[in-house]
Design a protein around this ligand. Sequence first.
Ligand code: 13P
Length: 337
Amino acid sequence: FSYPSAALQSELRQIAQAMVAPGKGILAADDPAASLGERLQGVGVDSGAEGRRRWRQVLFTADAEISQHVAGVIMVPETLQQVADDGTPFVELLARRNILAGVNVDQGVVLLPGSEDETTTQGLDDLAMRCAQYKKAGCSFAKWRCVFKIGAHTPSYQAILENANVLARYASVCQSNRLVPIVEPDILLAGDHDIERCQKVTETVLAAVYKALHDHHVYLEGTVLKPNMVTPGQGCPTRRSAQDIGRATATALSRTVPAAVAGIAFLSGGLPDQEATANLDAINKFPCRKPWPLTFSFGRALQGPAFRAWGGRDVAAAHAELLKRTRINSLASKGKC
Ligand code: 13P
């Protein structure tokens, strides 16, 4: 095998460290066209490409203070081509604010035949070519999401092995093309399992993911992990405090994520925005060995309040909400809420 050259390692490490710089997190704005379209329709805005452009323009024109809290934005490939009203490309708008551009490079989930309705994620075939294009277009990092669901017999060995391997293949292709991979194994909130089950499954999945990354010679210092928080399932009658979630999450990560990994940026996964923030704060406050920055890479928990405030019209209100959420999540990433 051969590791990336010293120059490539250094480039990847610098990008990855910038993505999780102290007090900063990531804004996930890579909503699939269909779900964003639905939300746009709900507030009477065109649900096509123009409506999507208008909402992204709102997100990317907030006060420059946002760059103290947000290090990078995850976009879909379409956004890389889009421009603001005055013709400035979105990627350029972000660069002026010193915010790194990232792109979702997976092509969605498909059923794994033979499993209990489990999935794998597609998009490897022309990935190297697309990564080269995205790097040229100004991107510094990429994202790929694999999905696991907790059920009586899931996630299965088949699903864990397959998804860990596809994440590792994606990560190695990204790194060869000078993009830092965000590795996202998303264990869904759905289900009535308790927090102990979620912790065990999270540990099992992460152990498999890091075994696969090792097997594929991925340079860990040039990667960012995007995991779920360890919580009870949505349908579990026993609710747990942010402190319990902080302990379970920090413990699971400390047992499975190598210290070499540049940082950990959580998905919000449909948690109410204030809960996601309280959990992130509690994870950072929990006293155990945590050799990586622990921050946010929220989609819904950052965009949701801003979108509701916007309602298709009120840009100033949207900007105020977005700043408020990024400011408070920045504090949570330092355990200072
Ligand atoms: P949520 O924070 O809404 O889960 O979105 C993050 C993301 O990028 C999911 O892939």
